[in-house]
Ligand binder design. Structure first.
Ligand code: FES
Length: 134
């Protein structure tokens, strides 16, 4: 059975949508069920996640975990956000049924990928600046 918090996030998910000019985007899929989760982040000069949105094409547990992970890291630095684990996401929801635990594996992974995407872009930008001498 799902906890009340899972049901609440499933029926009233936070931060749903896309960020058109996102600084980073992470996408992960679950091979078993074919579900897909995308997380978009907007990062400020202090490396803080200013805005975060998600699109999840998946089950109720996947939607609830995406929703709760966005709440957990909004306003956090990238390093703090990288410390969030899939286990913590499930715990934040008061746990998930054993056969649904794999669904929570998407949330932190998608978040970490979005951060990686952002950092890769920053490195690419910096080396472009060096090459063009700007
Ligand atoms: Fe696919 Fe939950 S059944 S993520």
């Amino acid at each position: 059975m799902y906890t009340e918090k899972v049901m609440e996030h499933f029926t009233n998910p936070r931060n749903v949508g896309e960020i058109a000019d996102a600084d980073g985007m992470g996408e992960v899929g679950n091979m078993k069920c074919g579900d897909i989760m995308r997380i978009y982040i907007k990062v400020n000069e202090q490396d803080v996640i200013e805005d975060i949105k998600f699109r999840t094409f998946g089950c109720g547990a996947a939607i609830a975990t995406s929703s709760v992970v966005t709440e957990m890291v909004k306003g956090k630095t990238l390093d703090e956000a990288l410390e969030v684990t899939n286990k913590q996401v499930a715990a934040e929801l008061g746990g998930l049924p054993e056969n649904k635990l794999h669904c929570s594996n998407l949330a932190a992974d998608a978040l970490h990928k979005a951060i990686e995407d952002y950092r890769n872009k920053r490195v690419a930008e910096k080396s472009n600046l060096k090459e063009t001498g700007k």
